[in-house]
Ligand binder design. Structure first.
Ligand SMILES: [Zn+2]
Length: 413
């Protein structure tokens, strides 16, 4: 039998029935529901001549051996956030399974190259705040010492939870072995944003994942009585922060895909009868270009100093976290665009704001690319997350075309 995208949709619905409740998907990594979802997925591979094993980081590998040991990798994640959607992560995985079946059937169980589908462990980081846990270990970018002591909201340690699932965090480096013979990596994902829907396009090519600069910015002024302190002598830390919150729009606005967000503002003493003496804020800046990211960071620093001076305040910055942009492989981006055009005629290329496992795989030096399928209303990580079924079918078809083109490229290399 050839590729059957309708089966992917049926299986997504089956998984939803098995692992969702009235509030949405509950496949949080390392929980019983997640283990049940994984066992269900493995049961779906019965009848396909594959080998299955877990690596040292708990990633689940399904390998269809081919004439060549060189392997095409197709990835996804069956874990979800609490109250999550029915497509995030598992669409990628079930599309990968359908392609695995297609290769197995077309080549009588022995394709010209090896095809591997991987279910990454704990992509979401929903329980312990550590995203891309399994794919980072695969890429050799694990952070064992920082992660082992992480606790969930009940105080249970990550190290202990992993052990219950048969994963020893100290053995994470062994997951790097799976890189052997990995020649390329492809991943399908829902967009989780509104861009493709606004353009009226079902599918898009992802150019890479945006780099992130994330900082804590604190403005210091002077606490003062709100009744007795004249306006012209105030040193209002919130006023300086508020100016910055508006300025980041024009800082981001110079670049087509850049985003800047001040997501948190805390005022001290934070009472109705006091001028704000201290204002703690956060800034998150993202772009696919490292130069743009550096420029936006500089401009935000300059602006914060200017506004602090205007309000007779001072400002200090401290970095919370950052990651460099990860552009995808130009050849694979080309193949992805061809595959999308052959399936839906029009195509749009866009960067991904959210991080994905593909970013870790690309960071390991393996040529990688992602394809997006439209998300209705741009909503994800929520039970109302949805995509038209005709678009889901097109996505499976286009990913299959991308797999064929990439396979041919691997064999010709
Ligand atoms: Zn996802």
């Amino acid at each position: 039998m050839s590729l059957n995208p309708k089966r992917t949709i049926e299986e997504l619905k089956e998984l939803r029935a098995l692992t969702a409740d009235d509030n949405g998907a509950q496949r949080v990594a390392w929980t019983d529901t997640w283990l049940r979802a994984r066992a269900w997925f493995e049961s779906k591979t019965k009848g396909v001549p594959i080998e299955h094993h877990y690596d040292a980081a708990g990633n689940s590998w399904f390998t269809l051996r081919g004439e060549s040991e060189k392997a095409l990798l197709i990835g996804g994640h069956i874990d979800s956030v609490p109250n999550g959607g029915w497509l995030d992560g598992c669409l990628d995985l079930l599309a990968g399974l359908e392609i695995l079946r297609r290769f197995a059937t077309e080549y009588n169980g022995r394709p010209p190259l090896t095809i591997r589908v991987v279910d990454w462990a704990d992509e979401e980081g929903a329980r312990f705040g550590r995203s891309l846990l399994g794919s980072a270990a695969f890429a050799g970018k694990h952070s064992i010492e920082a992660d082992r002591g992480r606790t969930d909201k009940d105080g249970i340690r990550l190290e202990d939870v992993l052990r219950r699932c048969g994963v020893e965090i100290d053995r994470f480096p062994e997951a790097e072995r799976e890189q052997k013979n990995a020649a390329a990596y492809i991943e399908l994902h829902i967009e989780q944003g509104p861009v493709l829907e606004n353009l009226g396009l079902p599918l898009g090519v992802v150019l890479g994942t945006k780099g992130v600069e994330r900082h804590a910015i604190t403005f210091h002024g002077q606490e003062a009585h709100s009744g007795s302190t004249p306006m012209n002598v105030r040193r209002d830390a919130l006023a300086a922060a508020a100016k910055l919150a508006l300025e980041i729009r024009s800082i981001a606005g110079k670049h087509p895909d850049a985003v800047c967000t001040m997501g948190s503002v805390k005022t001290f003493p934070g009472i109705v009868t006091a001028v704000v003496g201290r204002c703690e804020t956060t800034l998150d800046q993202r772009d696919l270009s490292a130069d743009v990211l550096a420029q936006m960071y500089r401009e935000a620093q300059d602006a914060s100093a200017r506004f602090a001076a205007e309000e007779k305040c001072t400002v200090e910055w401290s970095r919370i976290w950052n990651i460099e942009p990860v552009p995808f492989h130009p050849r694979l981006v080309d193949f992805c665009e061809q595959a999308v055009r052959e399936t839906s005629r029009a195509c749009h290329s866009l960067p991904s704001g959210p991080l994905h496992d593909a970013a870790e795989v690309a960071r390991a030096g393996i040529p990688s690319v992602m394809m997006f399928v439209q998300s209705l209303k741009g909503i994800s990580h929520n039970k109302i997350e949805d995509t038209r079924e005709e678009h889901l079918e097109m996505a499976v078809t286009a990913l299959d075309k991308l797999a064929s083109k990439t396979a041919q490229w691997i064999l010709n290399k």
